[in-house]
Design a protein around this ligand. Structure first.
Ligand SMILES: C[S@@+](CC[C@H](N)C(=O)[O-])C[C@H]1O[C@@H](n2cnc3c(N)ncnc32)[C@H](O)[C@@H]1O
Length: 264
């Protein structure tokens, strides 16, 4: 997979930083709650797959301390590289195409990554292979097909336009091979892969300032692709960005499914 025709939201674009910040605000509390429940702490060895930004990596680094290790990998380390100091190591790595970058991990985590990886099955196997016996896997992925609307309440023309552009974003993702109903499959996939104690839950905000920031950055990042694909006009995109900036719409995200289990 090349970045140009594969992953839609290139990390090197300036909007990527704003997207990572918004994702952290929206989803870190739920991610950290799950990790706390596993007991992540001093000396743990963790692999953060498709790290993107720095918030999860930095939080893990504090938890594991100087005797632990946090390996952060991504196909594009433009953002994660800034936290590459002990106990954090940052490496370029394609989870769907390469051998695992290590073994014996106590925790392997990927959030909003596998849905974009063409060979998701191989990626999941690789993440499980990298765990020590008894190690924890936490995979979190959106399930846009479960709740596809940006504005769950279609109150007026602004919300209808917002939902239509969101539908366009989904088709761009699907054209690039993203599985838009992947989140719901995770518990079964983890169980079939032999993990024990598999459970899953879901979280999504229905109205939050971070959803506004996320939508603004996402639409700016993909606007040319929406227009080129005939999914929207520049005028509609300008109108939608103005509606988003006005702050009068309640914006939601797709549900984030978190699934976890133990190896062996
Ligand atoms: C939507 S971002 C999520 C970033 C971060 N995990 C978070 O939740 O904020 C997806 C990330 O997955 C990375 N990614 C996409 N395909 C990948 C692959 N095959 N191997 C590793 N990382 C990949 C992207 O570069 C990007 O940083």
């Amino acid at each position: 997979m090349t970045r140009a025709d594969g992953y839609l939201l290139d990390n090197q674009q300036t909007e990527a930083g704003r997207r990572f910040e918004a994702l952290a605000t929206l989803f870190d509390p739920s991610t950290f709650r799950h990790m706390e429940r596993f007991g992540v702490g001093s000396g743990w060895r963790c692999w953060e797959v498709g790290a993107g930004g720095t918030s999860v990596v930095s939080w893990l680094a504090k938890k594991v301390g100087p005797t632990g290790k946090v390996l952060a990998t991504d196909i594009d380390i433009s953002w994660a590289a800034s936290v590459a100091r002990s106990p954090v190591e940052v490496r370029v790595h394609d989870v769907g195409a390469e051998e695992p970058p290590g073994e014996g991990f106590d925790l392997v985590h990927a959030r909003l990554v596998l849905v974009h990886v063409p060979d998701r099955e191989r990626a999941l196997q690789s993440m499980i292979k990298a765990l020590r016996p008894g190690g924890r896997l936490l995979v979190e992925d959106a399930d846009p097909a479960l709740q596809p609307l940006l504005c769950p309440e279609e109150h007026g023309p602004e919300q209808r336009l917002a939902n239509r552009l969101r539908q366009g974003f989904r088709s761009l993702l699907a054209d690039r091979g993203a599985d838009l109903a992947y989140g719901r499959k995770l518990p079964r996939l983890l169980r079939e892969a032999g993990l024990t104690g598999v459970e899953a839950d879901a979280y999504f905000p229905v109205a939050s300032p971070a959803c506004t920031a996320l939508e603004d950055a996402t639409v700016r990042q993909i606007r040319d692709q929406l227009v080129t694909a005939g999914l929207a006009t520049q005028e509609e995109i300008e109108q939608h960005l103005a509606n988003v900036a006005a702050g009068s719409m309640d914006l939601a995200t797709a549900p984030m499914i978190s699934a976890w289990g133990r190896k062996g």
